[in-house]
Ligand binder design. Structure first.
Ligand SMILES: Cc1cc2nc3c(=O)[nH]c(=O)nc-3n(C[C@H](O)[C@H](O)[C@H](O)COP(=O)(O)O)c2cc1C
Length: 344
Protein backbone atom coordinates (compact mmCIF):
# COMPACT_ATOMS: atom_id res chain seq x y z
CA UNK A 1 0.00 0.00 0.00
CA UNK A 2 1.39 3.37 -0.91
CA UNK A 3 0.21 6.81 -0.03
CA UNK A 4 2.68 8.37 -2.40
CA UNK A 5 0.91 9.99 -5.36
CA UNK A 6 3.94 9.52 -7.61
CA UNK A 7 3.79 5.79 -7.00
CA UNK A 8 0.12 5.80 -7.79
CA UNK A 9 0.54 7.51 -11.12
CA UNK A 10 3.44 5.23 -12.07
CA UNK A 11 1.37 2.24 -11.19
CA UNK A 12 -1.44 3.46 -13.39
CA UNK A 13 1.04 3.90 -16.21
CA UNK A 14 2.08 0.25 -15.95
CA UNK A 15 -1.54 -0.84 -16.09
CA UNK A 16 -2.01 1.23 -19.17
CA UNK A 17 0.95 -0.46 -20.87
CA UNK A 18 -0.30 -3.89 -19.88
CA UNK A 19 -3.59 -3.37 -21.65
CA UNK A 20 -1.88 -2.91 -25.02
CA UNK A 21 -4.84 -2.39 -27.32
CA UNK A 22 -6.54 0.03 -24.99
CA UNK A 23 -3.37 1.96 -24.42
CA UNK A 24 -2.78 2.46 -28.15
CA UNK A 25 -6.39 3.40 -28.60
CA UNK A 26 -6.22 5.85 -25.73
CA UNK A 27 -3.04 7.30 -27.13
CA UNK A 28 -4.75 8.13 -30.39
CA UNK A 29 -7.73 9.56 -28.50
CA UNK A 30 -5.49 11.81 -26.50
CA UNK A 31 -3.29 12.84 -29.41
CA UNK A 32 -5.07 16.18 -29.57
CA UNK A 33 -4.33 16.83 -25.92
CA UNK A 34 -5.57 20.31 -25.25
CA UNK A 35 -2.71 21.64 -23.18
CA UNK A 36 -3.40 25.28 -23.80
CA UNK A 37 -0.26 26.29 -22.01
CA UNK A 38 2.74 24.34 -23.22
CA UNK A 39 4.40 24.37 -19.81
CA UNK A 40 1.44 22.61 -18.30
CA UNK A 41 0.75 18.92 -18.59
CA UNK A 42 -2.79 18.04 -17.55
CA UNK A 43 -2.75 14.47 -18.85
CA UNK A 44 -3.68 11.86 -16.32
CA UNK A 45 -3.36 8.08 -16.44
CA UNK A 46 -5.80 6.09 -14.43
CA UNK A 47 -7.28 2.62 -14.55
CA UNK A 48 -5.44 1.95 -17.81
CA UNK A 49 -6.91 5.05 -19.42
CA UNK A 50 -5.15 8.16 -20.64
CA UNK A 51 -7.25 11.25 -20.00
CA UNK A 52 -6.19 14.51 -21.63
CA UNK A 53 -7.14 16.25 -18.40
CA UNK A 54 -8.69 15.24 -15.04
CA UNK A 55 -12.07 16.89 -15.64
CA UNK A 56 -14.91 14.44 -16.10
CA UNK A 57 -18.69 14.81 -15.97
CA UNK A 58 -20.70 12.82 -13.43
CA UNK A 59 -23.24 10.19 -14.36
CA UNK A 60 -26.85 11.34 -14.47
CA UNK A 61 -26.02 15.02 -14.69
CA UNK A 62 -24.85 15.18 -18.31
CA UNK A 63 -27.42 13.00 -20.09
CA UNK A 64 -25.79 10.84 -22.75
CA UNK A 65 -23.42 13.62 -23.83
CA UNK A 66 -25.42 14.89 -26.82
CA UNK A 67 -27.74 16.95 -24.61
CA UNK A 68 -24.79 19.17 -23.63
CA UNK A 69 -23.02 19.33 -26.99
CA UNK A 70 -24.46 22.78 -27.78
CA UNK A 71 -23.07 24.23 -24.53
CA UNK A 72 -19.72 22.50 -24.14
CA UNK A 73 -17.03 21.33 -26.56
CA UNK A 74 -17.19 17.65 -25.57
CA UNK A 75 -13.71 17.09 -27.04
CA UNK A 76 -12.21 19.14 -24.22
CA UNK A 77 -13.43 16.84 -21.47
CA UNK A 78 -11.19 14.25 -19.87
CA UNK A 79 -14.06 11.77 -19.96
CA UNK A 80 -17.83 11.67 -20.34
CA UNK A 81 -19.65 9.41 -17.90
CA UNK A 82 -23.10 8.76 -19.27
CA UNK A 83 -26.36 8.35 -17.40
CA UNK A 84 -26.62 5.00 -15.57
CA UNK A 85 -27.76 2.19 -17.88
CA UNK A 86 -29.91 -0.72 -16.72
CA UNK A 87 -30.70 -3.94 -18.56
CA UNK A 88 -34.22 -2.76 -19.38
CA UNK A 89 -35.50 0.81 -19.81
CA UNK A 90 -36.64 2.44 -16.57
CA UNK A 91 -39.23 5.23 -16.25
CA UNK A 92 -37.92 6.42 -12.92
CA UNK A 93 -40.00 7.62 -9.99
CA UNK A 94 -43.20 9.70 -10.10
CA UNK A 95 -42.92 13.49 -9.63
CA UNK A 96 -42.10 15.56 -7.72
CA UNK A 97 -38.62 14.08 -7.89
CA UNK A 98 -36.44 17.17 -7.66
CA UNK A 99 -36.36 19.65 -4.78
CA UNK A 100 -33.99 22.56 -4.26
CA UNK A 101 -32.54 22.92 -0.78
CA UNK A 102 -30.44 25.86 0.49
CA UNK A 103 -27.10 24.41 -0.62
CA UNK A 104 -27.94 21.45 -2.75
CA UNK A 105 -30.34 19.50 -4.90
CA UNK A 106 -32.46 16.65 -3.60
CA UNK A 107 -33.41 14.11 -6.28
CA UNK A 108 -35.31 10.88 -6.53
CA UNK A 109 -35.15 10.49 -10.30
CA UNK A 110 -35.08 6.74 -9.81
CA UNK A 111 -32.45 5.87 -12.40
CA UNK A 112 -34.62 6.68 -15.42
CA UNK A 113 -32.79 5.53 -18.55
CA UNK A 114 -33.24 4.07 -22.03
CA UNK A 115 -31.93 0.61 -21.12
CA UNK A 116 -29.06 -1.35 -22.66
CA UNK A 117 -30.49 -1.82 -26.17
CA UNK A 118 -31.74 1.76 -26.38
CA UNK A 119 -28.34 3.04 -25.30
CA UNK A 120 -26.44 0.98 -27.83
CA UNK A 121 -28.75 1.75 -30.75
CA UNK A 122 -29.69 5.37 -30.12
CA UNK A 123 -27.12 6.99 -27.80
CA UNK A 124 -23.74 5.37 -28.41
CA UNK A 125 -23.48 6.27 -32.16
CA UNK A 126 -23.39 10.01 -31.35
CA UNK A 127 -20.38 9.47 -29.07
CA UNK A 128 -18.36 7.80 -31.86
CA UNK A 129 -17.19 11.14 -33.17
CA UNK A 130 -16.12 12.57 -29.82
CA UNK A 131 -12.43 12.86 -28.94
CA UNK A 132 -12.96 12.20 -25.27
CA UNK A 133 -13.15 8.97 -23.29
CA UNK A 134 -16.59 7.43 -22.79
CA UNK A 135 -17.38 5.72 -19.51
CA UNK A 136 -20.68 3.89 -19.12
CA UNK A 137 -22.26 3.82 -15.67
CA UNK A 138 -24.09 0.51 -15.14
CA UNK A 139 -26.75 -0.40 -12.63
CA UNK A 140 -28.36 -3.70 -11.81
CA UNK A 141 -30.73 -5.10 -9.24
CA UNK A 142 -29.01 -8.49 -9.26
CA UNK A 143 -25.42 -9.50 -9.90
CA UNK A 144 -26.55 -11.24 -13.08
CA UNK A 145 -27.91 -7.94 -14.44
CA UNK A 146 -24.54 -6.24 -13.87
CA UNK A 147 -22.81 -9.17 -15.57
CA UNK A 148 -25.00 -9.01 -18.68
CA UNK A 149 -24.56 -5.24 -18.93
CA UNK A 150 -20.78 -5.50 -18.61
CA UNK A 151 -20.51 -8.34 -21.10
CA UNK A 152 -22.64 -6.63 -23.73
CA UNK A 153 -21.10 -3.17 -23.36
CA UNK A 154 -17.60 -4.66 -23.59
CA UNK A 155 -18.35 -5.63 -27.20
CA UNK A 156 -18.46 -1.96 -28.23
CA UNK A 157 -15.16 -0.28 -28.96
CA UNK A 158 -16.57 3.20 -28.20
CA UNK A 159 -17.01 2.18 -24.56
CA UNK A 160 -13.68 2.95 -22.89
CA UNK A 161 -14.51 1.92 -19.33
CA UNK A 162 -17.35 0.88 -17.08
CA UNK A 163 -18.40 2.56 -13.87
CA UNK A 164 -20.33 0.21 -11.58
CA UNK A 165 -22.98 2.07 -9.64
CA UNK A 166 -23.33 0.03 -6.46
CA UNK A 167 -25.90 2.36 -4.93
CA UNK A 168 -28.71 0.28 -6.46
CA UNK A 169 -30.95 -1.86 -4.26
CA UNK A 170 -29.86 -5.50 -4.27
CA UNK A 171 -33.15 -7.34 -4.72
CA UNK A 172 -31.59 -10.65 -3.71
CA UNK A 173 -30.68 -9.13 -0.38
CA UNK A 174 -33.96 -7.40 0.42
CA UNK A 175 -33.27 -4.08 -1.29
CA UNK A 176 -30.27 -2.83 0.65
CA UNK A 177 -27.84 -1.13 -1.73
CA UNK A 178 -24.93 -3.33 -2.92
CA UNK A 179 -22.53 -0.61 -1.87
CA UNK A 180 -23.52 -0.56 1.79
CA UNK A 181 -22.03 -3.98 2.47
CA UNK A 182 -18.43 -5.17 2.05
CA UNK A 183 -19.35 -8.65 0.86
CA UNK A 184 -21.96 -7.59 -1.71
CA UNK A 185 -19.56 -4.93 -3.00
CA UNK A 186 -16.90 -7.61 -3.41
CA UNK A 187 -19.33 -10.02 -5.08
CA UNK A 188 -20.63 -7.60 -7.68
CA UNK A 189 -17.22 -6.18 -8.57
CA UNK A 190 -15.66 -9.63 -8.83
CA UNK A 191 -18.49 -10.89 -11.05
CA UNK A 192 -18.17 -7.93 -13.41
CA UNK A 193 -14.35 -8.20 -13.40
CA UNK A 194 -14.62 -11.76 -14.69
CA UNK A 195 -16.59 -10.81 -17.81
CA UNK A 196 -14.88 -7.65 -19.02
CA UNK A 197 -11.47 -6.54 -20.23
CA UNK A 198 -12.53 -2.90 -19.85
CA UNK A 199 -11.13 -0.73 -17.06
CA UNK A 200 -13.49 -0.89 -14.11
CA UNK A 201 -14.40 1.98 -11.85
CA UNK A 202 -16.57 1.29 -8.81
CA UNK A 203 -18.77 4.20 -7.72
CA UNK A 204 -19.11 4.30 -3.96
CA UNK A 205 -22.05 5.37 -1.87
CA UNK A 206 -21.45 7.80 1.01
CA UNK A 207 -24.35 6.27 2.93
CA UNK A 208 -22.11 3.94 4.89
CA UNK A 209 -20.23 4.05 8.17
CA UNK A 210 -16.81 3.18 6.76
CA UNK A 211 -16.34 4.07 3.11
CA UNK A 212 -12.65 3.12 3.19
CA UNK A 213 -13.57 -0.47 4.03
CA UNK A 214 -15.98 -0.62 1.09
CA UNK A 215 -13.26 0.81 -1.19
CA UNK A 216 -10.87 -1.89 0.00
CA UNK A 217 -13.43 -4.59 -0.84
CA UNK A 218 -13.80 -3.17 -4.34
CA UNK A 219 -10.01 -3.12 -4.74
CA UNK A 220 -9.68 -6.71 -3.54
CA UNK A 221 -12.36 -7.75 -6.04
CA UNK A 222 -10.37 -6.24 -8.92
CA UNK A 223 -11.69 -2.76 -9.59
CA UNK A 224 -9.14 -0.52 -11.31
CA UNK A 225 -10.36 2.68 -9.67
CA UNK A 226 -13.07 3.98 -7.37
CA UNK A 227 -15.24 7.04 -7.84
CA UNK A 228 -16.92 8.85 -4.96
CA UNK A 229 -19.25 10.12 -3.77
CA UNK A 230 -22.73 9.35 -4.97
CA UNK A 231 -25.57 11.34 -3.40
CA UNK A 232 -26.16 11.54 0.35
CA UNK A 233 -29.58 10.42 1.59
CA UNK A 234 -31.73 13.38 2.55
CA UNK A 235 -35.27 14.63 3.02
CA UNK A 236 -37.04 17.98 2.74
CA UNK A 237 -40.53 18.98 3.88
CA UNK A 238 -42.97 21.59 2.58
CA UNK A 239 -44.16 22.94 5.92
CA UNK A 240 -47.22 24.71 4.47
CA UNK A 241 -48.61 21.54 2.94
CA UNK A 242 -46.99 19.41 5.67
CA UNK A 243 -45.83 17.09 2.89
CA UNK A 244 -42.44 15.70 1.95
CA UNK A 245 -40.97 17.67 -0.96
CA UNK A 246 -40.38 14.46 -2.95
CA UNK A 247 -43.04 11.89 -3.84
CA UNK A 248 -40.60 9.18 -2.72
CA UNK A 249 -40.12 11.07 0.57
CA UNK A 250 -36.37 10.42 0.74
CA UNK A 251 -33.91 11.34 -2.01
CA UNK A 252 -30.24 11.87 -2.80
CA UNK A 253 -28.62 15.18 -1.90
CA UNK A 254 -25.97 16.61 -4.23
CA UNK A 255 -24.27 19.97 -4.73
CA UNK A 256 -22.26 22.27 -2.45
CA UNK A 257 -23.86 20.94 0.75
CA UNK A 258 -22.10 17.58 0.35
CA UNK A 259 -18.64 18.81 -0.66
CA UNK A 260 -16.95 18.62 2.76
CA UNK A 261 -18.33 15.10 3.22
CA UNK A 262 -17.01 14.12 -0.19
CA UNK A 263 -13.56 15.65 0.36
CA UNK A 264 -13.30 13.87 3.71
CA UNK A 265 -14.25 10.56 2.12
CA UNK A 266 -11.82 10.96 -0.78
CA UNK A 267 -9.02 11.63 1.69
CA UNK A 268 -9.97 8.65 3.86
CA UNK A 269 -10.17 6.33 0.85
CA UNK A 270 -6.82 7.63 -0.44
CA UNK A 271 -5.26 6.48 2.82
CA UNK A 272 -6.76 3.01 2.47
CA UNK A 273 -6.31 1.91 -1.16
CA UNK A 274 -3.63 1.98 -3.88
CA UNK A 275 -5.94 2.41 -6.84
CA UNK A 276 -6.78 5.83 -8.30
CA UNK A 277 -9.76 7.82 -7.07
CA UNK A 278 -12.19 9.94 -9.07
CA UNK A 279 -13.57 12.57 -6.70
CA UNK A 280 -16.91 14.31 -6.88
CA UNK A 281 -19.60 15.88 -4.75
CA UNK A 282 -20.45 19.57 -4.87
CA UNK A 283 -17.73 20.73 -7.25
CA UNK A 284 -18.92 24.12 -8.53
CA UNK A 285 -15.61 25.71 -9.56
CA UNK A 286 -11.88 25.10 -9.96
CA UNK A 287 -11.12 25.77 -6.28
CA UNK A 288 -13.52 22.98 -5.30
CA UNK A 289 -11.94 20.64 -7.84
CA UNK A 290 -8.42 21.39 -6.57
CA UNK A 291 -9.50 20.48 -3.03
CA UNK A 292 -10.38 17.01 -4.30
CA UNK A 293 -7.07 16.64 -6.16
CA UNK A 294 -5.14 17.67 -3.04
CA UNK A 295 -7.19 15.23 -0.98
CA UNK A 296 -5.92 12.43 -3.24
CA UNK A 297 -8.26 12.25 -6.24
CA UNK A 298 -6.52 11.64 -9.58
CA UNK A 299 -9.50 13.05 -11.48
CA UNK A 300 -12.70 14.87 -10.64
CA UNK A 301 -16.28 14.84 -11.88
CA UNK A 302 -18.68 17.74 -12.25
CA UNK A 303 -22.32 16.92 -11.43
CA UNK A 304 -25.05 19.23 -10.13
CA UNK A 305 -23.07 22.30 -11.25
CA UNK A 306 -24.22 21.52 -14.82
CA UNK A 307 -27.75 22.53 -13.84
CA UNK A 308 -26.48 25.98 -12.83
CA UNK A 309 -23.91 26.50 -15.57
CA UNK A 310 -23.39 23.86 -18.28
CA UNK A 311 -19.96 25.32 -19.06
CA UNK A 312 -18.63 24.48 -15.59
CA UNK A 313 -16.28 21.67 -16.75
CA UNK A 314 -14.44 23.99 -19.16
CA UNK A 315 -14.21 26.75 -16.54
CA UNK A 316 -12.92 24.25 -13.98
CA UNK A 317 -10.24 23.04 -16.38
CA UNK A 318 -9.13 26.62 -17.07
CA UNK A 319 -9.03 27.35 -13.33
CA UNK A 320 -6.93 24.26 -12.63
CA UNK A 321 -4.45 25.37 -15.29
CA UNK A 322 -4.27 28.84 -13.76
CA UNK A 323 -3.64 27.33 -10.33
CA UNK A 324 -0.84 25.20 -11.78
CA UNK A 325 0.76 28.27 -13.35
CA UNK A 326 0.40 30.32 -10.18
CA UNK A 327 2.06 27.68 -7.99
CA UNK A 328 4.43 26.45 -10.71
CA UNK A 329 3.20 22.89 -10.99
CA UNK A 330 4.11 21.55 -14.42
CA UNK A 331 2.32 18.24 -14.21
CA UNK A 332 -1.15 17.75 -12.82
CA UNK A 333 0.13 14.62 -11.05
CA UNK A 334 2.24 16.90 -8.81
CA UNK A 335 -0.93 18.16 -7.17
CA UNK A 336 -2.58 14.83 -6.47
CA UNK A 337 -2.48 14.07 -2.75
CA UNK A 338 0.02 16.92 -2.29
CA UNK A 339 -1.44 17.98 1.02
CA UNK A 340 0.49 19.64 3.80
CA UNK A 341 -0.73 18.05 6.99
CA UNK A 342 0.76 19.73 10.05
CA UNK A 343 2.52 17.32 12.40
CA UNK A 344 0.87 17.25 15.81
C1 LIG B 1 -30.21 14.20 -11.15
C2 LIG B 1 -29.08 13.27 -10.78
C3 LIG B 1 -29.01 12.01 -11.38
C4 LIG B 1 -27.97 11.13 -11.05
N1 LIG B 1 -27.89 9.90 -11.67
C5 LIG B 1 -26.86 9.05 -11.38
C6 LIG B 1 -26.72 7.81 -12.05
O1 LIG B 1 -27.50 7.45 -12.95
N2 LIG B 1 -25.69 6.99 -11.69
C7 LIG B 1 -24.77 7.37 -10.72
O2 LIG B 1 -23.85 6.60 -10.42
N3 LIG B 1 -24.86 8.57 -10.10
C8 LIG B 1 -25.87 9.41 -10.40
N4 LIG B 1 -25.96 10.63 -9.78
C9 LIG B 1 -24.93 11.03 -8.80
C10 LIG B 1 -23.88 11.95 -9.44
O3 LIG B 1 -23.19 11.30 -10.49
C11 LIG B 1 -22.85 12.43 -8.38
O4 LIG B 1 -22.21 11.30 -7.84
C12 LIG B 1 -23.50 13.21 -7.25
O5 LIG B 1 -24.55 14.04 -7.72
C13 LIG B 1 -22.49 14.06 -6.47
O6 LIG B 1 -21.88 15.03 -7.28
P1 LIG B 1 -22.44 16.54 -7.41
O7 LIG B 1 -22.67 17.04 -6.01
O8 LIG B 1 -21.37 17.29 -8.13
O9 LIG B 1 -23.71 16.47 -8.19
C14 LIG B 1 -27.00 11.52 -10.10
C15 LIG B 1 -27.07 12.80 -9.51
C16 LIG B 1 -28.10 13.67 -9.84
C17 LIG B 1 -28.15 15.04 -9.21
Amino acid sequence: MSKNPEYRSQESGVRSQKSGVRSQESESRTSQTATRNQNIDTEIHLAGLALKNPVMVASGTFGYGKEYAQFVDLNQLGAIVVKGISLHPMDGNPPPRLAETPAGLLNSIGLQNVGLEGFISSKLPFLEGIDSLVIVNILGHTIEEYVVLARELSKHSRVDALEINISCPNVDKGGLAFGTDRQSTFDVVQAVRQVTHLPLITKLSPNVTNIAAIAQSAQEAGTDAVSLINTVLGMAIDIHQRKPALARIVGGLSGPAIKPIAVRMVWQVSQAVDIPIIGMGGIMNAEDAIEFLLAGASAISIGTAHFVDPETPIKVLKGIEEYMMKYQFHKITEIIGNLNIPKT
